[in-house]
Design a protein. Structure first.
Length: 120
């Protein structure tokens, strides 16, 4: 068993080259699951990631606020507390806050992340 105490993990700004707007993260560390990283991410209103894909997929669980998730096919859905989003391996997607409200989510990312261009 491995326990990561969230109180020992600091809140840090996200890398600005992969985000539009302000976002902060709390890195909860690697998990016992192979190639899995756990992050709590807080997006300011209107902030979002650039297009990206996780080689082994990603799970996003809404904790508070209101947000959006989009995929290359053009589909964009709203998410909120209690919503669970599964991005399958290699699916190019983005996620972030609603225009007028922030979003905090738990992200379980599997494998390496490939980053692409900003969302238009």
């Amino acid at each position: 068993m491995h326990i990561s105490r969230s109180s020992s993990a600091g809140l840090e700004p996200m890398e600005s080259e992969n985000f539009d707007g302000a976002a902060r993260r709390r890195d909860l560390g690697a998990t016992e699951a192979p190639n899995c990283r756990a992050l709590v991410v807080s997006f300011e209103p209107g902030a979002r990631t650039h297009w990206h894909a996780h080689r082994e997929g990603q799970l996003i669980y809404g904790l508070e606020g209101s947000g959006r998730v989009g995929v290359r096919s053009g589909e964009t859905v709203e998410i909120g507390p209690g919503d669970l989003v599964h991005a399958p391996p290699g699916e190019e997607h983005w996620h972030g806050a609603a225009e007028d409200r922030g979003l905090t989510h738990l992200a379980l990312s599997f494998g390496e992340t490939d980053w692409f261009e900003a969302v238009e």
